[in-house]
Ligand binder design. Sequence first.
Ligand code: ADP
Ligand code: MG
Length: 712
Amino acid sequence: MLNILKTHFGFDQFRPLQEEIIGCVMAQKDAFVLMPTGAGKSLCFQLPALKMPGVTLVISPLIALMKDQVDALKADGIPAEFINSTLTRAEIDRIQTQALRGEIKILYAAPERLTIPEFQLFLQKIVVSLIAIDESHCISEWGHDFRPDYRNLKMLRNMFPAVPVMALTATATQKVREDIISQLSLEKAKIFTSSFNRPNLSYAVLPKKNSYDHLINIFREHRDEAAIIYCFSRKDTEHLAADLRQEGFKALPYHAGLESDERRTNQEKFIRDEAQIIVATIAFGMGIDKPDVRLVIHYHLPKSIEGYYQETGRAGRDGLPSRCILFYSAADAIKQQYFIRQIEDEGERKNAYRKLDQMVEYSELATCRRSHLLAYFGENYNQERCDGCDICFSPQEDFDATIVSQKIMSAIIRTGQRFGINYIIDVLVGAKNKKILERDHHELSVYGIVDDFSKEDLRRIVSQLVLKNLIVKNGDEYPILELSPRGQDFLKQREEIRLPKPKSVAKLSQPSDAVETEYARDLFEQLRRLRKELADEQGIPPFVVFGDLALRQMAVYLPQSEENFSRISGVGQEKLKRYGKIFTEVIQTYAQENNLSEKDVPVKRSARPRRSNRLGSTYRETKELVLQKMSIEEMASMRGLAAGTIAAHIEKLLSTGEKIDIDYLRPPVEQFETIKAAFKKSGGTALFPVREMLGEPFSYEELRIARLFIKS
Ligand code: ADP
Ligand code: MG
């Protein structure tokens, strides 16, 4: 199987669970596969399809997606086709004839095909060895993407009682899972669930202040990298896309109100790397499998955590580090509430308020966002810090919040536990709010007793107290704050409490680039252009030729021999034959011009070698500060660490090849010469003898830093 994996797909190793799932269907058993986007679900039916005798029938909801997947398989030299309404009669006939002759291994079809008698007849004449139902959540009305046509799939079971069925989805909610199982009679299926954590995605929430400037800066940093921006309304998408074009970015809008032609062209341009940015309403995304989306930005507050997770899930399918950024303001939540108020059905309305509230809670979080997201889907993420969200990236100090918590809770009690968060905060800061004056609440002892926290800060503190279950929120639209029994105890017992310090501007988390960080960017660009040309010639998306990871590896190892090139991830037999020569030629020219030599491409033993060989977050925090050109003393006091520790961090960062510029830390010439001479005299690089030699005026960390310049 590893052999097939390399020769046909170009990969060295299975990803988690792939091998087990393949084994299960090869043993003729049903399988239900729940894995997040980008986990590599397709391979779980594509590989067995090659080993099994007849045809593997794949049901997939989206026509555009079908074509991309079939193109990708063909590029790997695998006989695959699709049948849907975009084909002519003659094309369908041709494909069916081929299938009857046993020349097709993987056949994609849209669900509505199954109701066509002529297609049913055709199915009965071919040998179907495996049925794969991709995006199987489409069968459930509880899901976010219900497709009535998926209900037709039940009949497949009756038609092929002995053929194993595999259902696949990235939907994390329990209700939908149960629905899929019962609708497809998968009670006997073996269930495969992997963690829904997406370690290569980083999550950050930014306050929606100067958000446009922020956005521009982000794109300047991510030139040419594919990005999706989600907006609230159709108008927003068009305006924002136009503004971004003014700034020189290739940005296009996408929403359900566009002419279908324009919609298709815009999507196509994005997939073909002709537009960098798509500014979309949530209508965008289901139909694309673009693996190299590096940024998903929510310019407005999403309606629910499910939706948010789904949309951010479209980033980084290829496993390379990608960022998910949400711009948050309380005003956005109010705007959403306005729309929820229009929902007529009471149950639905309540539900919508609840979902929105959970989204607000996420946005105001002061603890790890990844862990919160996973907990939402019932998963326990038991690492203290994730190293991939804004909170963990710049951990917040906590502070003694006893007094301010007591003040907040007293204000809730004094006003009779009848008001929402805005009112309570207004009372606390002593706002001259008409309603407060009317109710004589300005006479209360709690009126205006908070002057050391901003309203924004107070909101966050209240959120923390809700999360800690000291305060409860009741009601939908304007939830009222009340004290929980726990909260009442807290006040009575005069307990103490520490909370994360509110800070208004969260730092952007930088996804750590674990995979091949240092690559020749100019070569990468050349290879990208080559990839684009080849793709255009064949009318396929660039990522079908090679993924970003493959190009990055080429730009790191500069493989020029066929043997070495074939070890690149994603290079199988067929691609080696088709593209090996042309790519190695470009690489060779580049290597010669720059006087660089080829390196062996390592064969990866574990599928995703992350974390282990990566520097921990403490180093990266120091790195951030170095990038801001802080002095050793400043860094030390900022981080609450000894100067020597900071110096050691810098040493470590440099020794692992991090690109940081420390020239500004270079000691003054005279001092440096003295230290250099002392090292020379000591005959080694150890600090101790030098310090002994030079004595008091030089500290260890000064020596340590100076030593970095001596080495280089
Ligand atoms: P999903 O359907 O679970 O969202 P895909 O099947 O689209 O994920 O796969 C995501 C990406 O992972 C694709 O680019 C695919 O080529 C790649 N991939 C799948 N399996 C492996 C593997 N074993 N090694 C390396 N890359 C893989
Ligand atoms: Mg998929």
